[in-house]
Each structure stands twice: as structure tokens, then as C-alpha cells.
Design a protein around this ligand. Structure first.
Ligand SMILES: C[S@@+](CC[C@H](N)C(=O)[O-])C[C@H]1O[C@@H](n2cnc3c(N)ncnc32)[C@H](O)[C@@H]1O
Length: 265
């Protein structure tokens, strides 16, 4: 099992990501939601597609704002969590458990987005190309896609090439869905040949100061460089409209995030 399954993670995903990023004014939950809401208002008409939607952080507020949202994710536990949240708020979302590389939907969308590093879960050139071509096929003429990658920091990559995968550091301590303290540690190792960063995420759950559960989940993401992304987007039929450095619409600068806004040509 790895973190991609989200099997034993889905229940706690919102809680720990909120503790990690929640208060960040440019990358946190509110910034992520507002950014996509702004784009939906600007580019969205008819149907909107949330790709790698997770537990619906963005899909649910968009649907609450009367957008017609379809949300896909490869993980059934994450989709289940989204459905549970949507039901409790009496909101309609068309949720589908599907891979972004080969999903097939009947609708075409004016606006599609992959929020918070979902695209980086694709580990090969083939998967990256297939997903972008597939999304292209599902967009209306001049439809808009937004996705983010990192602007890989060469010093971090270099450090991670020499690091010990067992060398964990504490990322966050939060209260999980059972009310128990959980500490999350991670470690990273970078392979320059494949451009894959392999992370180990160690979860330790505590009760009365004692560890009652400990598990390690690998999570791999692919580092794509800026000009590689520019070529990939052009190759798969997109024109780059804007590139931001975060969800606060700030300009992109090295190192950091690259938030791509591209149009189907
Ligand atoms: C970091 S989470 C982001 C979730 C959500 N977009 C958010 O902002 O909270 C990444 C998500 O990508 C999904 N994912 C990974 N690979 C995928 C694929 N090939 N197709 C669809 N979803 C995928 C995972 O299941 C996970 O829910």
C-alpha cells in the first residue's frame, strides 16, 4: 500500500493538510478555493471538471457557488469522503473514480483544474502526455486547464540525492478523526535519472503519550522542470496564458510553485 491508495488516510486527509497548509495565505485551503473560484467565474460556463479532486476541498465550494461540477480521483476512499461531505451539505457533485490518464466522460468542459500537485503524481512522460491529451479531448474549444508543478529547487534536489531515506523529520502534529494526536514525519530521496522524488511518510498515532499505531507510506512525485513543462503543454495542444507562483496570483519565481493556466488550441 502507498499514499496513493489513501485507504487509511482519507479519513484524516483534510485534518492533516489543514494543519500543514491551512493558514498559508497563498497556498492554504482558502487560497486554493478562492483561486479556483476566481478562475471558474472567469472561464467557467456549463460544466467544470476537478481532476484528482481528493476529498473535494475545491469541488464542494464550487458546487455551492452553483457551478456544475464533475470530480474525478483515482482513489475510491477519497471519492467516498467527498461524497459523504457533499451529502452532509446537500450538494450535488458528479463524482467518478477514475484515472486522469484514461478517464472517459460524456461531457465537455469549459474549465478543468488539477489542484495541489495532483499532476505531479504522474511518474512517467507517457502518463503525463496521456493525461494532458485526454484532458484536451474533454475540453470545449478554447477551454481552460489549470494545474501546478514545482519549480524544482536544485539545492533541495542535490541534498535529496545524498539523503538517507530513513532520515525522517517531523512535518506536522495534529489531532486525528478519533481525537488522538498523530505525528507525521517524512524523508525524501531524489533520483535524477527518473526525476522522481521518493518520499516516506511515517504516521505515528498516540494515546495517553504511548504510540498505538505506526505506519509508513511511500509517496512518489515527479519533478518536471519549467521548460520541460512548456514543451509538454505545447506538444499536447495547449497555449500558455498565465503562470503564477501560488494561489494568490503572485508571479512565479525560482524556487517555488508554478501554477499554469493554459488554453486548448
Ligand atoms: C495531493 S492530493 C490533492 C487532492 C485535492 N486536489 C486537494 O487539493 O486537496 C492528490 C490526489 O491525486 C489523486 N491522484 C493521484 N494520481 C491520480 C491519477 N492518475 N488520476 C486521478 N487522480 C489521481 C490522489 O488519489 C489524491 O487524491
Amino acid at each position: 500500500m502507498d499514499l496513493h491508495d489513501y485507504d487509511d488516510i482519507a479519513e484524516n486527509y483534510d485534518l492533516y493538510t489543514n494543519s500543514m497548509f491551512g493558514n498559508n495565505s497563498k497556498l492554504g485551503d482558502s487560497a486554493t478555493i478562492n483561486f479556483h473560484l476566481e478562475l471558474a467565474k472567469k472561464y467557467g460556463h456549463g460544466d467544470i471538471l476537478d481532476i484528482a479532486c481528493g476529498t473535494g476541498l475545491t469541488a464542494i465550494p464550487l458546487a455551492k457557488n452553483n457551478f456544475s461540477v464533475t470530480a474525478i480521483d483515482i482513489s475510491q476512499p477519497m471519492i467516498n469522503k467527498l461524497n459523504e461531505k457533499a451529502k452532509s451539505e446537500n450538494i450535488k457533485i458528479n463524482s467518478v473514480c477514475s484515472n486522469m490518464c484514461d478517464f472517459k466522460l460524456k461531457q465537455n468542459f469549459s474549465f478543468a483544474f488539477i489542484a495541489r500537485a495532483g499532476f505531479m503524481h504522474l511518474l512517467t512522460n507517457e502518463d503525463q502526455k496521456n493525461s494532458l491529451k485526454n484532458i484536451h479531448d474533454h475540453l470545449l474549444p478554447k477551454g481552460i486547464l489549470s494545474l501546478n508543478t514545482f519549480y524544482p529547487h536544485h539545492e533541495v534536489l542535490s541534498r535529496s540525492m545524498k539523503s538517507d531515506i530513513e532520515d525522517y523529520s517531523l512535518r506536522v502534529e495534529y489531532s486525528n478523526c478519533k481525537g488522538n494526536i498523530e505525528k507525521i514525519y517524512n524523508s525524501n530521496a531524489y533520483d535524477p535519472e527518473t526525476q522522481i522524488m521518493t518520499g516516506q511518510w511515517k504516521f505515528e498515532e498516540y494515546q495517553n503519550g504511548e504510540i498505538i499505531n505506526s505506519r509508513v507510506r511511500p509517496l512518489k512525485i515527479r519533478m518536471s522542470f519549467k521548460y520541460e513543462m512548456i514543451n509538454l503543454l505545447e506538444l499536447t495542444g495547449f497555449r500558455i496564458i498565465d503562470v503564477y507562483g501560488n494561489y494568490g496570483f503572485d508571479p512565479a519565481k525560482y524556487p517555488g510553485w508554478l501554477v499554469w493556466i493554459v488554453e486548448k488550441v
